[in-house]
Design a protein. Structure first.
Length: 340
């Protein structure tokens, strides 16, 4: 059963957690300005080459917070967010915490109905009678990409429409959250709307091989659906507002950053080719032809903080090849901003 959950979740393979460096205090973000033409041209060329390698589409956006230097390739194009949409859900919930309408220590029950929808909240917690704090649900949502924790947090945040309204109220136009994870997975796998996803899929008796093939293969109809999509530049904008602006109170901002620095998924993506020990606060997303990673890289020697969002779609090549594309783009941008 646990193997099945691993195949159907919107996550990458889980890697061992690294020890996170202390979160930087008081990042000062500058106004955006275009990066040097040579940098933009190099990223353009690299993305074009990588698209041929993965036989799919790649979208990239980046920004050095302290100088505002920014660039993108297919930056305004919409890509399925998969689990990267959990960043927006986290931001919405933390805004309620800041307003005193929610508490991170509030205890939330996880019921059997929740498990039937999107799976267990932890590998060894399989029986009814589970209660977790909002903070721990957030930890599971962002570090392990746990889908049951996500749907609990999404409900506490007011649901998908409330998250999209929060995005619009904070100037994020090219991103939207439309479905719970349960509903999104039902749509992707052709499960009847409103069904408890995991329970229904288990009842079908599909083999792990069948599920894995569809889980990591391009799905044209799904990619054309505008729901739960984002432009790469919109995600970088959101990351900047959450991690380096007064949008959240300092304690909520530091909480979010520290949790994202403990992310256990996607070790071969943004972090894949970076020097050992590099601090990365990030969130992955995986479904069908989309393998994604978004986050903030702390550059060495006080050189600043690099926001990056890399989205892919329309590729059915093995996961490792698509992850390598994200790693190569991330390393190229890291090298430029860390060594100039």
């Amino acid at each position: 059963m646990l193997k099945l959950f691993a195949h159907v979740a919107l996550i990458a393979l889980v890697a061992a957690p690294a020890v996170a460096a202390p979160s930087p205090a008081g990042i000062t973000a500058a106004a955006q300005r275009p990066a040097a033409a040579s940098v933009q041209q190099a990223v353009d060329a690299q993305v074009a080459a990588l698209e041929k390698q993965i036989k799919g589409r790649v979208g990239v956006a980046f920004r050095l917070l302290e100088t505002g230097e920014s660039g993108a390739v297919a930056g305004a194009e919409r890509f399925p967010m998969a689990s990267t949409y959990k960043v927006a859900i986290a931001g919405t919930l933390l805004s309620l915490v800041d307003k005193g309408q929610m508490r991170l220590d509030r205890m939330i029950a996880v019921t059997q109905a929740d498990v039937d929808q999107t799976g267990e909240v932890a590998n060894r917690v399989v029986h009814p009678g589970v209660m977790l704090s909002v903070a721990n649900l957030m930890e599971l949502m962002l570090t392990q990409s746990n889908n049951t924790a996500t749907d609990k947090i999404l409900a506490l945040a007011g649901g998908p429409a409330a998250v999209t309204a929060w995005l619009r109220a904070n100037g994020i136009a090219e991103m939207q959250v439309d479905r719970s994870v349960n509903d999104l997975l039902n749509d992707f796998y052709g499960v009847p709307a409103g069904s408890p996803f995991v329970k229904t899929l288990m009842a079908r008796g599909l083999s792990d091989a069948d599920i894995e093939k569809s889980a990591y293969s391009a799905n044209a109809a799904f990619e054309k659906d505008p729901r739960d999509t984002s432009a790469p530049v919109a995600m970088v904008d959101l990351l900047g507002k959450l991690l380096a602006s007064p949008l959240l109170k300092p304690e909520s901002r530091d909480f979010l950053r520290s949790v994202m620095e403990r992310c256990e998924t996607g070790a071969a993506r943004i972090k894949g080719l970076l020097p050992a020990g590099t601090t990365v606060a990030h969130k992955t997303g995986t479904i069908g032809g989309s393998i994604n990673d978004v986050g903030m890289i702390t550059l060495p020697g006080d050189r600043g903080h690099l926001l990056i969002a890399v989205y892919t779609k329309s590729s059915s090549l093995p996961e490792a090849q698509r992850e390598r594309a994200i790693a190569e783009i991330s390393r190229s941008l890291f090298d430029y901003f860390a060594t100039r």
